[in-house]
Design a protein around this ligand. Structure first.
Ligand SMILES: Cc1cc2nc3c(=O)[nH]c(=O)nc-3n(C[C@H](O)[C@H](O)[C@H](O)COP(=O)(O)OP(=O)(O)OC[C@H]3O[C@@H](n4cnc5c(N)ncnc54)[C@H](O)[C@@H]3O)c2cc1C
Length: 401
């Protein structure tokens, strides 16, 4: 059985659903092919952080525009996605962390973001529960968080109402080309004729690129998370660690979400391989040190997700010179949820008009044909304070797996 579509989107995560919705809003009728369930991969396992602060400066314009779209998402999609815009605190406990954070804040301000450094007294005014070891923080008042299941589902539902077809539990196995142009997609159930294919396959973005003989420096990174039993509302901010070792928030239902990489730092360097160990206890221990009031709160569920980590920590977006009709929207490197609204808008603009309202050339596939620098791109820019655990340039194993 074969069908025809103006666009085929591979992947029904938050990106695939956001792109489908934005295309359908402009009158297209894309087909989304999802090999498991909608939001069944990273989009259903993430922390819900909607963050502009501490991003690579190249992503800053996209992140700032995405936050504006999050502010209207409830009205736009007709569903409450539990968006809370009460700021992001990135906590420092040493002079070294403070110094790095100050520099980072200055660079982010220069890029147009409204954020500031807070001392301990100022932090306590907005979050009285931080532990004694916290001596300062960056604070971005327009950052926040949302429910990742609801955001993905809201895009999916609205897209479906606008005529998008979703083929779930169906896997794209190949992409058909003629004279360097996309002409269709093969799944395990049918052939779909199309001249535009979007690679929104998350961590499988590399395999999908391989289907058209392209390759990506994209590696899977294992990441763990947990949720606690609910308690009374304590603080609404998204919380981050100065070096990215843990992050989390209280949901609107009272449970705390925490995720992170703490506990893996030494092993990563020693073993040279990714870890598949349970680090929930290490996350809990660190959270208790930073928020002693949470001691004794029961963890009710833990899970793991896979991050689609690019070698430079930036997504791959847009058309390629090599294959006409093939569009990248993958490799979000652990912070794509916050970008989903703007990515949907930009990729749909690109497909419809061959131009975008914000530049995306920094994220083009062509950047990988240049020599990779050994220098940490984020640090060189002075914006990203994430150093030890998740900086892709410091993970030797990332290149070796
Ligand atoms: C534990 C964890 C915490 C995170 N926390 C945050 C956070 O707080 N804030 C933030 O901004 N980001 C966060 N992220 C990152 C965020 O989740 C991702 O960047 C985002 O969800 C990427 O969405 P996606 O649609 O590109 O990928 P995915 O959600 O992975 O979707 C890709 C889909 O493609 C499908 N697929 C793959 N291959 C095929 C094929 N051949 N045929 C059909 N379907 C296919 C997959 O089944 C999958 O459903 C976190 C990630 C993890 C793992």
């Amino acid at each position: 059985m074969s069908v025809t579509a103006d666009t085929v989107i591979i992947g029904g995560g938050v990106m695939g659903c956001s792109i489908a919705y934005n295309l359908a809003k402009e009158g297209l009728k894309p087909i989304v092919v999802e090999k498991s369930d909608i939001g069944g991969e990273a989009s259903g396992s993430n922390g819900g952080g909607v963050r502009q602060s501490a991003r690579n400066l190249k992503e800053m314009p996209l992140a700032m525009e995405s936050v504006k779209l999050y502010e209207q998402l409830h009205d736009e999609l007709g569903m409450d996605v539990e968006y809370v815009q009460k700021g992001n605190l990135r906590l420092c406990t040493t002079e070294e962390e403070l110094e790095n954070m100050r520099k980072s804040v200055e660079n982010q301000k220069a890029a147009g973001l409204d954020l500031e450094m807070l001392d301990r007294k100022q932090i306590l005014e907005i979050n009285p529960y931080v532990g004694e070891k916290v001596i300062g923080a960056s604070y971005c008042p327009t950052d926040g968080h949302a429910n990742p299941f609801l955001v993905t589902y809201a895009y999916y539902k609205r897209a479906k109402e606008l005529g998008v077809q979703f083929f779930t539990h169906e896997e794209v196995t190949d992409i058909r080309l003629r004279k360097g142009k996309v002409i269709g997609v093969l799944t395990n159930k049918r052939e779909i004729h199309t001249d535009v294919v979007v690679n929104a396959a998350g961590v499988a973005g590399r395999e999908v690129a391989n289907m058209v003989d392209l390759d990506l420096p994209l590696r899977p990174v294992f990441s763990e998370a947990l949720i606690t039993e609910p308690c009374s509302p304590l603080f609404p901010q998204m919380i981050g660690h100065a070096k990215g070792l843990f992050y989390g928030r209280q949901t609107v239902h009272g449970s705390f979400f925490w995720g992170g990489f703490v506990g893996t730092e030494n092993f990563i360097y020693r073993s040279g391989k990714p870890l598949f160990h349970f680090i929930g206890p290490a996350i809990c221990k660190m959270v208790e040190e930073y928020f002693p009031i949470l001691k004794g709160l029961n963890v009710i569920r833990t899970w793991s997700g896979i991050i689609a980590m690019m070698s430079d920590g930036l997504p791959v977006l847009g058309f390629t010179e090599e294959v006409a009709g093939f569009v990248f929207a993958t490799g979000f490197s652990g912070h794509g949820f916050g970008l989903a609204p703007i990515i949907g808008k930009l990729i749909s603009e690109l497909i419809l008009d061959c131009k975008t309202s914000l530049p995306i050339n920094e994220f083009c596939y062509g950047r990988f044909s240049h020599e990779e620098t050994e220098e940490c791109a984020c640090k060189a820019e002075g914006a990203c304070t994430i150093s030890s655990a998740i900086c892709p340039y410091k993970r030797e194993w990332l290149k070796s797996v």
